[in-house]
Design a protein around this ligand. Structure first.
Ligand code: NAG
Ligand code: NAG
Ligand code: NAG
Length: 459
C-alpha cells in the first residue's frame, strides 16, 4: 500500500468513526469501531467476532449492547461474505495427504466424482480442496500480477474445475500462503492479497487454505505479545481475511498456521478454522498428541471458529481400524474440520462406514450447539479418555481407549455434566442402536486404541 493510500485510509477512519461493511465491529478484546455505517448491522458471529453485515436496524446497534443481532441459522440473503460461511466444521476432501505435489485436473475431478458416487456428498461432505502445487511455479503474470494455474496440470484452468465441481453440488477450495512462496516454492500471496482474493473469487473458489511458509524476516514475530491478535502473524492472516471479505463471493478461510502465535485466541476474528499443530501423519502418536493439544484450548471452538486438528489420515499408513475409528470419532466430537486425505477410490467398506457414520457427523454438524465435547472427570491418561458434550438430541459421552492394558470403562451418569443419578437410555452412535436402560452407571469394553460414542437420555 502506498503512503498516500495509508494517509487517505486513516483520514477516512477518523472522519467516519464507523466500521465499514464486512468489517469487524466487536468481540472479546476488540478495541476498534463498534458501530457500522448505514446499510450495515453489527452482527454476532461468535464471542470473538462481530461483523458489519448488510441490513438495516431502527436503532444504532453496537456489539457492547445486547441488541446486536445474532445471526440466524438458516437465512442467507444476498451474497455472503467470509464470516457467513463456516458456521460448522468443514467437511470435505483435500489433495495433499493423498497426492502431495503430484496433482492435476483429473485427480481433483475424480475425487469430486468419488465424493458423489461413494455417498460422501449425501453424508454431508462438501468441499473438494486443491492443496499446494497447483499454480505456475515460475511466478505471476508480469502485467496483471495475477497468480496463474500450471496449465500442464490444469489444462482448462481452475475456473473450469470450479464449474464442474459446482455442477455436482460440491464446493471447490484452493491453497495459498501468507509468505513470499508456498511451502513447495510456488508464488505466495503476501503483499498480493487483494489481487489473489479477487482472482480466487472470479474463478468460483469457495474455500482458501492459507499456509505459513517463507515469511520474510520483517514479518517474523519477535518476542511475545500480551495480545497475540496484534502480532505480525495475525496481521499477515488478517490482510487476506479483509481481502476475502471484500469479495462478493463467500470464501471460507482456513488458517494453516501450525498452532503458532496462539492463533486460537484470535483465529475466530480472522477466519473460520485454524490449525493447532504441524502437519498430520498417519500415526497413533500424531492422533493422541493433537487431541491432547486441543483439550487445553477447546473453549475457543464454537460456531464460525474451529480448532483444526488437520486433515484425515484414514486410508493412509498403517493405522489399525480401531485407530481410524478413534481418529474420526474424536475429530467429530471435538468439532475439528474433517477433510479426507486419501485416494477415495481405495477406501474399504469398513473405512467408508467410519467416515459416513451419520450420528457422529450429526454431532459435528449440529446447527444449534456449537461447543465441542470436552473431557469430564479426573483424567488419569494423556490425552483424557472420557468426554461429554451436548447436541440438539441430548447429552453424549465419547470414550477413547488410550491404553493396551486392562481397565474398565464405566460411565457413571452422575459424573457426566447434564446427567444425574437416575436411569438413562444408552444409545450406541457407531451402531445407531439402543443398548438398553441402566440405573446409575453402565460399563463397556473397548479394544486397544478404539473408541465409542453414546447418546444418553433420561429413561
Ligand atoms: C484480552 O486482553 C487481556 C488483557 O490484555 C488478556 O489478558 C486476555 O488474554 C485477552 N483475551 C483474549 C481472548 O485475547
Ligand atoms: C493426471 O495424472 C494421471 C496419473 O498420473 C494421468 O493419468 C492423467 O492423464 C493426468 N491428467 C492430466 C490432466 O494431466
Ligand atoms: C482397552 O484395550 C485393552 C487392550 O485391548 C483392553 O485390555 C482393555 O480392556 C480396553 N479397555 C476397555 C475399557 O475396554
Amino acid at each position: 500500500m502506498s503512503f498516500r493510500a495509508i494517509v487517505i485510509l486513516s483520514a477516512l477512519g477518523l472522519v467516519s468513526a464507523q466500521q465499514t461493511l464486512w468489517g469487524q465491529c466487536g468481540g472479546i478484546n476488540w478495541t476498534g469501531q463498534k458501530t457500522c455505517g448505514s446499510g450495515a448491522v453489527c452482527t454476532y458471529l461468535n464471542d470473538w467476532y462481530y461483523q458489519c453485515l448488510p441490513g438495516t436496524s431502527t436503532s444504532s446497534r453496537t456489539s457492547t449492547s445486547s441488541s446486536s443481532t445474532r445471526i440466524s441459522t438458516s437465512t442467507s440473503a444476498g451474497p455472503a461474505p467470509t464470516g457467513r460461511v463456516g458456521k460448522l466444521p468443514a467437511l470435505g476432501w483435500n489433495s495433499w495427504n493423498a497426492y502431495r505435489c503430484d496433482i492435476n485436473e483429473s485427480k481433483i475431478l475424480s475425487a469430486a466424482n468419488q465424493m458423489v458416487s461413494l455417498g460422501l456428498k449425501d453424508a454431508g461432505y462438501q468441499y473438494v480442496n486443491i492443496d499446494d502445487c497447483w499454480s505456475n511455479i515460475n511466478g505471476r503474470d508480469s502485467s496483471t500480477q495475477q497468480i496463474r494455474p500450471d496449465f500442464n496440470k490444469f489444462p482448462n484452468g481452475i475456473a473450469s474445475v470450479a464449474s464442474k465441481v459446482h455442477s455436482q453440488g460440491l464446493l471447490l477450495g484452493i491453497y495459498s500462503d501468507a509468505g513470499t512462496k508456498t511451502c513447495a516454492g510456488y508464488p505466495g500471496s503476501l503483499g498480493y492479497e487483494s489481487i489473489d482474493a479477487a482472482t480466487f473469487s472470479s474463478w468460483g473458489i469457495d474455500y482458501l487454505k492459507y499456509d505459513n511458509c517463507y515469511v520474510p524476516s520483517n514479518w517474523a514475530d519477535s518476542g511475545s505479545y500480551s495480545d497475540w491478535g496484534q502480532s505480525k502473524s495475525a496481521t499477515r492472516y488478517r490482510q487476506m481475511s479483509s481481502a476475502l471479505a471484500a469479495q462478493s463471493r463467500p470464501i471460507q478461510y482456513s488458517l494453516c498456521i501450525w498452532g503458532n502465535a496462539q492463533v486460537w485466541t484470535w483465529g475466530a476474528s480472522v477466519g473460520q478454522s485454524w490449525r493447532i499443530s504441524g502437519d498430520s501423519s498417519p500415526t497413533w502418536s500424531y492422533i493422541t498428541g493433537v487431541i491432547n493439544k486441543n483439550v487445553g484450548i477447546l473453549g475457543y471452538t464454537n460456531f464460525y471458529g474451529h480448532n483444526d486438528m488437520d486433515m484425515m489420515e484414514i486410508g493412509n499408513g498403517a493405522l489399525t481400524l480401531a485407530e481410524q475409528r478413534t481418529h474420526f470419532l474424536m475429530w467429530a466430537a471435538l468439532k475439528s474440520p474433517i477433510l479426507l486425505g486419501t485416494d477415495l477410490s481405495r477406501l474399504s467398506t469398513d473405512q467408508l462406514n467410519i467416515i459416513k457414520n451419520k450420528e457422529l457427523l450429526a454431532f459435528s454438524q449440529d446447527e444449534s450447539v456449537g461447543a465441542p465435547a470436552k473431557p469430564y472427570g479426573t483424567a488419569t491418561t494423556t490425552p483424557p479418555e472420557y468426554y461429554s458434550g451436548k447436541s440438539s438430541k441430548g447429552v453424549h459421552v465419547f470414550i477413547m481407549n488410550t491404553s493396551s492394558s486392562t481397565s474398565t470403562k464405566t460411565i457413571t451418569f452422575a459424573n457426566v455434566p447434564g446427567l444425574g443419578s437416575g436411569s438413562y437410555k444408552v444409545h450406541d452412535m457407531w451402531k445407531g442402536t439402543d443398548v438398553g436402560t441402566f440405573s446409575g452407571s453402565w460399563s463397556t469394553s473397548l479394544g486397544s486404541h478404539d473408541s465409542g460414542g453414546w447418546l444418553i437420555t433420561p429413561a
